[in-house]
Design a protein around this ligand. Structure first.
Ligand SMILES: *Cc1c(COP(=O)(O)O)cnc(C)c1O
Length: 375
């Protein structure tokens, strides 16, 4: 089976991890700050906080944004459930705005319609690496005094109007799960330009405990620390951060290869009347985490099953979050985003990862063309 996504781990990545295993610090050592600095520099943000995974990053972002009971946070239904679960962790209410039929990202016009006097934040998700319409989202946020969090699990290395994703909003979160743009096994990062958010994020990551005298009510001696907020153990290890540093050096080459593969797919499907290839918003550069096509005039389930039977590891990104029984049972039974429903009924993600070879991709193309055009 050719998978839809796969990590690229090379000898130098392995060596970076082994070096940490032979060192003094397995966690809370020097690799944390090194990885954070690489990320902050790369995306053009002032601060970066390494954290256990993107789900923890989103939880932390919602917490320091002050989301609590009674607060509404608007997000997209076409995402992984973590993008809205983080609001529930804080006692808030996710509100789903519909998506744009071309980009499949959250539709700013529907954000406007969903705003109430309880709305406190927007969580924008850059699906497949394609940046959301950030100018429109920031304009709405400014007008209504909302915090903007970007879930950039797919979008490390993506650009919006010449700016890196991670440089623009109150907080932006990343994932380093193996299928994502770079990997640390499990891992995540929050970037921000706001010092107050930064300090709160650092506390939240580690029990709410500080050793910084300026944050403590008193100091009883060199051993002293204080818990000044309620946090979690959401730390990343030095083992993971060393892998992250090693992977960061390769990120641009990973993205370059993804872009090459996307161009090959686009060319190969240009004449297929039953395939809608991904649309690209002007003035943006996607990091191409996923290659999502829409299959038209055919039964998506039959196409999906036929491709799997042929050894092509296709997937669907995503089932609208409010379809899940947990959401249905917690107040979302009547939610319906018509564009999201329509898009969901047609989408299939094809294999896309840096080490996919031209030969493997040609096999995918041949089978997709055969099944979608002739079946
Ligand atoms: C993968 C993913 C997450 C969760 O990331 P983890 O690091 O696995 O917690 C959140 N949001 C989106 C859009 C994702 O794709």
């Amino acid at each position: 089976m050719i998978p839809y996504g796969r990590q690229t781990i090379e000898e130098d990545d392995i060596q970076a991890v082994v070096d940490v295993l032979r060192s003094d610090y397995l966690t809370t050592g020097p690799k944390i700050a090194e990885f954070e600095k690489m990320m902050a520099d790369y995306v053009g943000a002032k601060y970066a906080v390494a954290i256990a995974n993107d789900t923890a990053a989103l939880h932390a972002a919602c917490y320091v944004a002050g989301i609590g009971a009674g607060d509404e946070v608007i997000t997209t239904p076409i995402t992984f459930a973590a993008s809205s679960n983080c609001v529930l962790y804080c006692g808030g209410t996710p509100v789903f705005a519909d998506i744009d039929p071309d980009t499949y990202n959250i539709d700013p016009e529907d954000i406007r319609r969903k705003i109430t006097d309880r709305t406190k934040a927007i969580i924008a998700v850059h699906l497949a690496g394609q940046p959301c319409d950030m100018d429109a989202i920031h304009a709405i946020a400014k007008e209504h005094h909302l915090i903007v969090i970007e879930d950039a699990a797919h979008a490390l290395g993506s650009e919006y109007k010449g700016k890196m994703i991670g440089s623009m909003s109150d907080m932006t979160t990343f994932s380093f799960h193996p299928v994502k743009p770079i990997t640390t096994g499990e891992g995540g990062m929050i970037v921000t330009n706001d010092e107050t958010f930064y300090k709160k994020l650092v506390l939240f990551r580690s029990h709410g405990i500080t050793r910084d005298e300026s944050q403590m009510t008193c100091n009883e001696g060199p051993w002293f620390y204080q818990q000044i907020d309620l946090g979690y153990n959401y730390r990343m290890t030095d083992i993971q951060c060393a892998l992250g540093c090693s992977q960061m050096k390769k990120l641009d080459s990973f993205i370059a290869r993804r872009r090459e593969l996307v161009e090959r797919y686009n060319k190969a499907f240009a004449d297929c009347k039953n395939i809608v290839t991904p649309y690209q918003l002007p003035d943006t550069k996607s990091g191409w985490h996923l290659y999502i096509i829409q299959v038209k005039n055919k039964d998506r389930k039959a196409v999906f099953e036929a491709l799997r039977a042929e050894g092509i590891g296709v997937n669907v990104h995503y089932i609208p979050v409010y379809h899940h029984p947990y959401y249905r049972e917690h107040g979302y039974a009547d939610v319906n985003c018509p564009v999201a429903e329509e898009v969901y009924s047609h989408i299939i993600s094809l294999p896309l990862f840096p080490r996919l070879t031209d030969e493997q991709q040609d096999e995918v193309i041949e089978k997709v063309r055969k099944i979608v055009e002739n079946m």
